[in-house]
Design a protein around this ligand. Structure first.
Ligand SMILES: C[S@@+](CC[C@H](N)C(=O)[O-])C[C@H]1O[C@@H](n2cnc3c(N)ncnc32)[C@H](O)[C@@H]1O
Length: 243
């Protein structure tokens, strides 16, 4: 077991400034998800600070959540409407919630936070068990780009100021499809390391996991605006339904 198997790991490092990061506008996701939920119940796996759940609730959808980090949930609770959303603290792979749900969703590449492929498969199986027969499981994820790791590594420069610099370095293991990253800030207070790990999946792999769980791919888009998905797409929004 490593730190990355601990569902609370992410929040310990990121909760304090998660909402100050360059996170995507949640409204296109909320509009897409609200149309699928209709008047049914929705469950967000890894609800975090409610970035998507709160605008979805504002659209009249009954949303619940599962989240591994109590610190992320504290941030959700501090926001308007955040107290009203029921959240179970637990591992997203276990889906410890009582269905049926019309909609279960897992956005912002978070399936890949499960670094063990067996846990990714368990997530699909456990979602299928709580889905309404007419329900949908929506996943938003990037399309892997192994070419970006020349020689097995990549470096991103995130911010440079007069007295600090923040970079992110990545090590890629193509055999396990894992990426180990360190976000490193050098500043007046010293050096701060924030490690993160992911196990990415190709879209076709997700379809196979879904199929093994009794779900089938119903729709796939390049984004929340329903743009067509194609060979050049860098991300996807995939809708699975009970087969
Ligand atoms: C990138 S954030 C996404 C949060 C939220 N869904 C959003 O879109 O803003 C990833 C979230 O997954 C949670 N997380 C990571 N691994 C988890 C696990 N195994 N079980 C439950 N939550 C987990 C983190 O605590 C964090 O809240």
């Amino acid at each position: 077991m490593t730190a990355f198997d601990d569902p609370a790991h992410f929040g310990r490092l990121w909760a304090a400034d998660y909402d100050e990061g360059a996170n995507p506008d949640p409204d296109p996701a909320a509009a897409f998800l609200a149309a699928l939920a209709g008047d049914g119940r929705a469950l967000e796996l890894a609800i975090g600070t409610g970035r998507v759940a709160l605008p979805l609730a504002t659209r009249g959808v009954t949303v619940e959540g599962i989240e591994g980090s109590p610190l992320m949930v504290e941030r959700l609770r501090a926001k308007p409407g955040g107290e009203a959303i029921p959240v179970v603290i637990g591992d997203l792979a276990d889906v410890s919630a009582t269905g049926p749900f019309r909609l279960v969703y897992l956005v912002f590449n978070t399936l890949f936070n499960l670094v063990d492929p067996d846990r990714q498969a368990a997530c699909f199986r456990n979602v299928a068990a709580v889905l309404d027969p007419g329900g949908a499981f929506v996943i938003e994820a990037y399309v892997p780009d192994p070419d970006r790791f020349a020689g097995g590594h990549a470096l991103d420069v995130l911010a440079v100021t007069e007295d600090s610099a923040t970079i992110e370095v990545h090590a890629h293991d193509p055999a396990t499809q894992r990426i180990l990253s360190q976000k490193i800030t050098f500043g007046p207070g010293g050096t701060r390391l924030r490690p993160h790990a992911e196990r990415y999946c190709w879209p076709a792999e997700l379809d196979e996991l879904a199929e093994r769980a009794g779900l089938g791919l119903a729709e796939r888009y390049a984004g929340w605006d329903r743009a067509p998905f194609g060979p050049a797409s860098t991300g996807h929004v995939s809708v699975y339904r009970p087969a």
